[in-house]
Design a protein around this ligand. Structure first.
Ligand code: CO
Ligand code: ZN
Length: 331
């Protein structure tokens, strides 16, 4: 799986600019889907039709987009000021490299720091693309950037700039490959614009109108020095979401997820996240509502350029998803 992870996490695709991601994912799933479509927002929707009786309409969502930056104005000297796309922490930025859609690289720095205990806000940072004036600057206002950071696998610890949520995309692709038989019509949605408010999944869920929705996304891990408190640890199993700040997962679906994990001896943890949400929130409240939940992948350093997950948790997440999808879903 590491080759596919590397391919997806190193690629460019900030929210609203996911076309290169679509081009990378499409050939990976073509063989396993009955139909693939792309909606007006850019969501890529792969339908795997069910066989037999008692099937439901199920939507699986993994978001292709990543956090990034957008050029807001260019100084007379050719430095690019920017705003955020999604949740960017200024203290993760100094010295970072970013990539533009055409592969051009830029370097981030900030205005002079006089008090080292303080960090400037985003408005006092800039991207240097090697230009010497506004006129010869090769990038334009409105250009979006993603970060640059090579994929790192140290044993089972996997680190990258956009594990959130390319690892969810990998899990969806792997599940499509492994799923031999299912009674359900399954819509695998590779969604857009999650990082700016789960917007793509909302449009897709309104269109699909699923009975059941499951998002695949990262959650925090509470096993590092003085972390945000959460009862989830790296390498201790896939995490079944119970609650986050955007939703309370469908109790019947949580029960079913736990049951399927226990039947198949898949280690799992229960997730109550006190900051953040996922595409599952949008699915839950689309149209007349859906039974929604989330399979979460424990992740250290979320929204930094070294988001870190454990290979066993990834594998267990694939297994749990396949277990759920290959059997009847009684809520
Ligand atoms: Co995120
Ligand atoms: Zn995410």
């Amino acid at each position: 799986m590491n080759d596919l992870i590397k391919k997806l996490v190193e690629a460019y695709g900030p929210s609203g600019f996911e076309d290169q991601m679509r081009d990378l994912i499409r050939p990976e799933i073509e063989k396993y889907a009955d139909e693939i479509s792309v909606d007006a927002m850019g969501n890529m929707i792969a339908l795997k039709k069910g066989k037999g009786k008692g099937g439901l309409k199920v939507m699986i969502a993994a978001h292709m987009d990543e956090i990034g930056l957008m050029i807001s104005h260019i100084t007379e000297d050719g430095f690019c000021r920017f705003t955020n796309i999604g949740g960017i922490y200024p203290h993760t930025l100094m010295g970072s490299r970013v990539q533009f859609a055409d592969g051009r690289i830029g370097i981030i720095y900030s205005d002079r720091i006089t008090d080292r205990s303080k960090i400037h806000g985003l408005d006092k940072h800039y991207i240097d693309v090697g230009a010497s004036s506004k006129e010869d600057c090769p990038v334009k206002v409105g250009d979006a950037v993603g970060f640059v950071r090579p994929f790192l696998a140290q044993g089972k610890m996997l680190s990258a700039k956009s594990m959130d949520d390319r690892i969810g995309c990998v899990i969806a692709i792997e599940a499509m490959k492994r799923l031999k038989k299912s009674p359900h019509d399954i819509y695998f949605v590779f969604s857009v614009q999650e990082e700016v408010g789960t917007r793509g999944a909302q449009a897709a869920a309104n269109m699909i109108d699923p009975d059941v929705g499951i998002a695949l996304d990262v959650t925090l891990a509470g096993d590092t020095p003085e972390p945000t408190p959460i009862a989830v640890e790296l390498g201790k199993g896939t995490a079944i979401k119970v609650k986050d700040t955007g939703m309370i997962a469908h109790a019947g679906l949580v029960r079913l997820m736990k049951k399927r994990a226990e039947e198949a001896d898949i280690p799992y943890q229960l997730e109550v996240l006190t900051g953040g949400s996922t595409d599952a929130r949008s699915i839950q409240i689309a149209n007349g509502g859906a039974a929604a939940g989330c399979i979460s992948i424990p992740c250290r350093y979320v929204h930094s350029q070294s988001e870190t997950v454990h290979a066993d948790d990834v594998e267990n997440s694939v297994k749990l998803l396949v277990e759920i999808l290959s059997k009847p879903i009684e809520l």
